[in-house]
Ligand binder design. Structure first.
Ligand code: G3P
Length: 364
């Protein structure tokens, strides 16, 4: 794999560069609601240190400055040129804080029942009380997203409804309506099933932002588009890359195919690449210009270790499975006409439900 690292800036260009960098950071601080931005202190220190003297001579005498500064430069370039919003895929606000400190910002976060079941506080409570009641589980979920909400930017926090195969659209909708009141930047995650799409259709009509999860096929993404047509609120669709790789298919192809299909549409659905398991997949999603990507902490840490690398024009993705071929689908038809069945949607729903149920007490 080859990375194209951020352009190198020579010390002699610092004087013209720093004001731009500083203004970018303050804009980011405003946009991402960062009160103590991780990067402000080093920038200020650097500016003070550099004041008045030629940067090149001063830099030689300031221990550690050049590495802090080169990190800032990489960060600045990456954040400027990227088009993909970065979300953390997690269920623990302390992890969100740690990753935000590492990266400098997070555009949003996605959660799901499996991630919530792994939350340290939830695990502690489940162990101490031999499981939670349904209300306690909801309360814990609410507290987690309320802690995460102010830490992230305008891509919001996705909160997933509990659903099994026989959960009705109305049951999902009731949960979605309640969850949407928890935080000002909520997106409600519904599964890409008949019930989930009915709930999503109704949700967008009443101004509820949605994220359709467990998407494994282009036909499902076409159905999401058709079911939410006319939405005045943002709509996300989440194709699951890693889980397609797990069954021997080249998961990133689905992201590429949906992007290509949506290019002929009205742009009301944003593609949120999910189930990202490694840096290669993330970089490929960047190169496809997926509108958003949700990424687990370990992959974001790897990205930071690699200097916030971006894919260059010579970036090559090493496919791991058999290609997923593009299908010619007409978006302009009723969503019920698309075949939305997928084995992985069924399995994914069952796994989320099992992880959720494992947090409940036996008497519930
Ligand atoms: O947010 C859901 C998704 O990202 C799940 O990822 O690794 O469990 O397939 P994974």
């Amino acid at each position: 794999m080859r990375f194209s690292f951020a352009r190198e800036i020579r010390p002699s260009t610092f004087s013209q560069f720093d004001p731009e960098l500083t203004s970018l950071v303050s804009k980011a601080a405003e946009r991402y609601n960062i009160t103590q931005p991780a990067l402000t202190a080093p920038i200020k220190a650097l500016e003070n240190e550099l004041g008045g003297e030629p940067a090149s001579t001063r830099l030689l005498r300031i221990e550690g400055t050049s590495s802090a500064h080169s990190q800032l430069l990489c960060w600045r370039n990456t954040m400027t040129i990227r088009t993909t919003k970065i979300l953390l895929d997690g269920g623990d606000a302390s992890e969100t804080e740690r990753i935000k400190r590492l990266i400098g910002l997070l555009d949003g976060q996605t959660t799901n029942p499996s991630l919530i079941a792994k939350n340290p506080e939830v695990k502690k409570m489940v162990a101490a009380e031999h499981g939670l009641s349904i209300r306690e589980q909801m309360d814990e979920y609410r507290k987690i997203v309320q802690a995460v909400s102010p830490l992230v930017g305008d891509a919001g926090v996705s909160i997933e409804v509990f659903a099994e195969e026989d959960t009705t659209a109305d049951e999902m909708l009731d949960q979605g309506r309640e969850m949407f009141t928890w935080i000002p930047n909520a997106f409600i995650k519904y599964p890409c099933t008949r019930g989930g799409l009915l709930a999503a259709q109704e949700s967008v009509r009443s101004g509820i932002r949605v994220n359709i999860t467990l998407c494994f096929s282009q036909a499902q993404a076409a159905a999401v588009y058709a079911a939410t047509k006319g939405a005045k609120v943002p709509v996300y669709v989440s194709p699951f890359v890693g889980r397609l790789d797990d069954i021997g298919e080249n998961g990133v192809d689905l992201v590429a195919n949906i992007k290509r299909m949506y290019a002929g549409g009205d742009g009301h659905v944003a593609v949120l690449a999910a189930s990202i398991r490694n840096l290669q997949q993330l970089l490929y999603c960047f190169s496809l210009e997926a509108e958003l990507a949700t990424v687990p902490a370990n992959v974001l840490e790897d990205w930071a270790r690699n200097g916030f690398a971006m894919p260059g024009s010579d970036f090559k993705y090493t496919a791991t499975g058999k290609p997923i071929l593009y299908q010619e689908l007409t978006l302009d038809q009723p969503w019920q006409s698309f075949d939305i069945q997928h084995e992985l949607t069924r399995k994914g729903l069952a796994k989320f439900a099992a992880d959720y149920r494992a947090t409940l007490s036996q008497t519930v």
